[in-house]
Ligand binder design. Structure first.
Ligand SMILES: [Zn+2]
Ligand SMILES: [Zn+2]
Ligand SMILES: [Zn+2]
Length: 762
């Protein structure tokens, strides 16, 4: 069922496509100059250290292939198991380990005497026949106490007649016996139970080959032997993907898929073994195109399925022009050169029932993709799709003619849709149209209803402005009846953490718990959180920092980051020493892990471009950071386990802001320290902390107004402060405020270590 969903456009019968043969399209692309020639031959040979399809062991200069799914060859894996038990780190291990030469027999070698026979011994490079002759000669000479002269012996030997190529249809190797199979396929033949019982006659060497006669083969069932030769898979030479025997279209699809996958910014890991399994399955099932590929078939369904799926996504881009995609009801963001973070290129709009509404949505989204206002993430696109879907499905049920004719729609129909959404929101009812990933209906909430209202309004207002509504004959009143979402939108958690929550979330014991229980492989959940708490950065800004995000300037510890949300790049703020140490420790861990994974220690520009918190998969160069989802999936259960209530990481920013205000910082300071803060948010902070007045009260009163002696002065003079004096004191306090060590209350009024004015970055 999931398969149908994204294959639908490929499976659909499209008469417009006549004459545009898919194979022709792919053949033209593969022959094009931008295609990587590595993927062109029918036997693809990948270099061992390939950036995406690397198959060589990670130890420097080790020429052996990785053992199934790991990064080390089997020998190094064995050694590493012993070393790690003794407490040696992976980074230290790969740095110290010596590379191994390629395993004997890991590529085809030819006998040094016979040009047509494969070598059976790769050091001596001798075929089976010459190897036994040499062994005999050496034993003879060894009896006399003298080593036989190999070079002399070779020069006296005669080449033997070739056995031809391996009889397996797709095998490029030489046969090593009159049976007509290469060494690998000979043993494979025996393992497969020798179908057809092909065999050489007894004493075949003495009776036939020795006298130069062809060796007649004996079969119980020659047809069965032939069938086996036609269907058996290729020898998995290291670095090789053998595409022979595939149908031409599926062959081109896999070649194109391998090429495009290697072009991706964040390719998933595709081990050559998994690709081979896909190829073998397609060959065995005589698949014509990956479109027909049955997921779950073959020996490793999980990986081959994932690979086939990704190739299909790429093929859709190739097989469809944007106009054809619009016709088929989907949008490919990559047709416009846009790929949203963590998203596929594909946006399915086929579930919007009315063709006019679907096209309207498609055109609007396509315009957005072309414009400089194009959103940075796929979120807004989801909103537009959801809005059009909710309206469309509602009209299908309630509007005249299912809403398929825009000319009959009136204001009342829009108003009924609005009322229906509000009703569902109030009653917590299910959405008519939207399903959650599990298949259950989505619930209409304040948020979803607001998204729907705002998006559908924008969509249709735009149609009004551009004259599209007129062309459709869509009543102006239908559009104007759709309201904006109103003040209920964006009710995000703008509150700071309550004191006890703030304390719990920054206490050493709970931080240790976060690291130990929720991030056992230590990818940095605790460090990310501590940095967020201390600096008040947005979570995304912390997760995405580069390896060289810390530095000292004039002796002060600084933290560099990108404020992508507001387009402010490479901003720096001061951080406390403690945090500096935490981040420096993370730098070391990240470097060690990189070394362990890639076999060398990066330096210079490469090192500085690494992600400080790199993702553990989907990255082949250590520059891709962890995702928000990764962090939330650690943060949420951690907070839930403390039974504090529902809190989100972003509240740390508000907590720090109000804390700063409470401790005497001014709004100017806040803006400087937190980066961009909207006016609305700034007002909110001031409101929360009562700013100056509270500062004055806090530092001037001994105790709050509710105590026994309210109004008693903190120090010195007996006379109460005048308003001017109080204000002066407040100003003075805020000027002397400076970041200090510790959790949320990073700022304290302080007379030491205050940076001179003007030394604050930005
Ligand atoms: Zn190795
Ligand atoms: Zn030979
Ligand atoms: Zn073979």
């Amino acid at each position: 069922m999931r398969r149908q969903e994204y294959l639908r456009p490929l499976l659909a019968d499209r008469p417009g496509q006549v004459g545009r043969d898919r194979l022709e399209i792919l053949a033209a692309l593969i022959a094009g100059p931008s295609f990587d020639p590595v993927y062109r031959p029918d036997i693809i040979t990948i270099p061992g250290g390939h950036p995406v399809y690397r198959w060589a062991c990670v130890v420097a200069d080790c020429e052996r292939p990785r053992a199934g799914g790991s990064d080390l060859c089997s020998v190094h894996q064995g050694q590493w198991a012993g070393e790690s038990a003794r407490g040696v780190g992976m980074a230290a291990f790969v740095t110290a380990a010596d590379g191994l030469d390629e395993r004997v027999g890991s590529r085809e070698a030819i006998c040094r005497i016979c040009p047509g026979r494969p070598a059976a011994h790769s050091d001596l490079r001798l075929c089976q026949r010459h190897l036994s002759r040499w062994t005999f000669r050496r034993n003879e000479a060894g009896g006399a106490g003298q080593g036989a002269d190999f070079a002399l012996w070779v020069s006296e030997e005669q080449p033997c007649a070739a056995y031809g190529s391996c009889g397996v249809a797709i095998c490029p190797s030489l046969a090593d016996s009159p049976l007509g199979l290469c060494a690998w396929h000979s043993s494979r033949y025996r393992r497969d139970g020798a179908p057809g019982r092909a065999a050489m006659p007894g004493s075949w060497w003495q009776r036939y080959e020795r006298c130069g006669k062809p060796v007649p083969l004996e079969y119980a069932d020659q047809a069965a032997f032939r069938r086996w030769c036609e269907t058996v898979s290729a020898q998995p030479w290291p670095g090789q993907v053998n595409l022979r025997g595939l149908r031409p279209l599926v062959r081109a699809e896999i070649q194109w898929g391998l090429f495009v996958h290697a072009q991706r910014a964040r390719p998933t890991r595709w081990d050559l073994g998994w690709i081979r399994a896909l190829v073998t399955t397609c060959r065995a099932l005589e698949v014509n195109s990956l479109v027909d590929f049955e997921f779950g078939a073959g020996s490793s369904p999980e990986f081959t399925g994932a690979i086939a799926k990704e190739i299909l996504h790429e093929l859709r881009l190739v097989y469809f022009t944007p106009a054809e995609a619009r016709d088929a009801g989907f949008l490919e963001t990559e047709h416009f050169g846009v790929l949203f973070p963590h998203r596929m290129s594909h946006f399915d709009l086929t579930s919007i029932p009315q063709r006019w509404l679907r096209d309207l949505t498609w055109d609007y989204l396509a315009d957005l993709l072309r414009s400089p206002r194009c959103p940075r993430s796929g979120g807004p696109f989801d909103g537009y799709r959801r809005a059009a879907l909710e309206l469309g499905v509602f009209m299908e049920l309630e509007a005249p003619g299912g809403g398929h004719d825009p000319a009959v729609l009136r204001g009342e129909h829009a108003r009924r849709f609005v009322a229906d959404q509000r009703h569902r929101e109030r009653e917590g009812q299910e959405s008519l149209a939207v399903r959650r990933p599990g298949g259950a209906a989505g619930i209409v909430t304040v948020t979803t209803r607001s998204v729907v209202f705002n998006a559908i309004r924008k969509l249709l207002r735009d149609a009004l402005d551009t004259g599209v509504a007129d062309k459709l004959g869509l009543d102006r009143e239908f559009i104007t009846a759709l309201p904006a979402a109103g003040a209920t939108t964006g009710r995000t958690a703008r509150r700071p953490f309550p004191d006890e929550v703030a304390r719990a979330l920054a206490a050493e014991a709970s931080l240790a718990e976060l690291a130990a229980a929720y991030d056992p492989s230590d990818n940095g959940a605790r460090d990310i959180w501590e940095t967020t708490v201390t600096t008040g950065r947005r979570i995304g800004e912390v997760i995405k920092v580069r390896w060289d995000c810390i530095g000292r300037y004039g002796g002060l510890a600084m933290f560099w980051h990108d404020q992508t949300k507001v387009g402010n790049y490479d901003a720096a703020i001061r951080i406390p020493e403690r945090l500096y140490d935490v981040l420096a420790g993370r730098q070391r861990k990240t470097l060690d892990r990189f070394t362990a994974r890639y076999g060398y220690r990066p330096a210079g520009a490469q090192r500085s471009q690494l992600a400080l918190f790199p993702t553990t998969y989907r990255s082949n160069d250590g520059t891709v950071p962890l995702t928000h989802q990764w962090f939330y999936s650690r943060f949420r259960p951690w907070v839930d386990a403390m039974d504090l209530g529902h809190f989100v990481p972003h509240q740390a920013r508000h907590t720090l802001a109000t804390s700063l205000l409470r401790h005497g910082a001014t709004l100017t300071h806040i803006r400087r320290y937190l980066g961009h803060v909207s006016d609305r948010m700034a007002e909110h902070y001031v409101h929360l902390s009562h700013s100056d007045l509270e500062n004055v009260l806090q530092h001037v009163w001994v105790a709050g107004p509710g105590t026994a002696s309210p109004g008693e002065l903190l120090a010195g003079t007996a006379a109460p402060l005048s308003q001017a004096e109080a204000q002066a004191l407040a100003v003075d306090l805020s000027r002397r405020s400076t970041p200090a060590e510790g959790g949320f209350c990073t700022w304290q009024p302080s007379s030491t270590a205050a940076p001179a004015r003007g030394t604050w970055p930005r």
